[in-house]
Write a protein that binds this ligand. Structure first.
Ligand code: ZN
Length: 67
């Protein structure tokens, strides 16, 4: 019984940690890992250079021309 309880607390702890990490990653810059237009991966360098970018270079260029 005690072992079981400890196990579930452990699980909860790790789940919270994973969630916190996930939220941190999302709130810092809010850049997308994948382009919202074509779904291609956005290079980390670009995500760092342009915080909050949601498109790859190709799609961003297209988008800027369109608007
Ligand atoms: Zn794209």
């Amino acid at each position: 019984m005690d072992d079981c309880d400890l196990g579930s607390k452990h699980d909860d702890f790790f789940r919270r940690q994973a969630l916190a990490k996930h939220l941190n990653r999302q709130s810092s810059g809010r850049s997308m890992v994948e382009c919202s237009e074509c779904g291609e991966g956005i290079p980390e360098a670009r995500r760092k250079a342009v915080p909050g970018c949601v498109r790859c270079v190709k799609c961003e260029t297209k988008f800027e021309r369109r608007s």
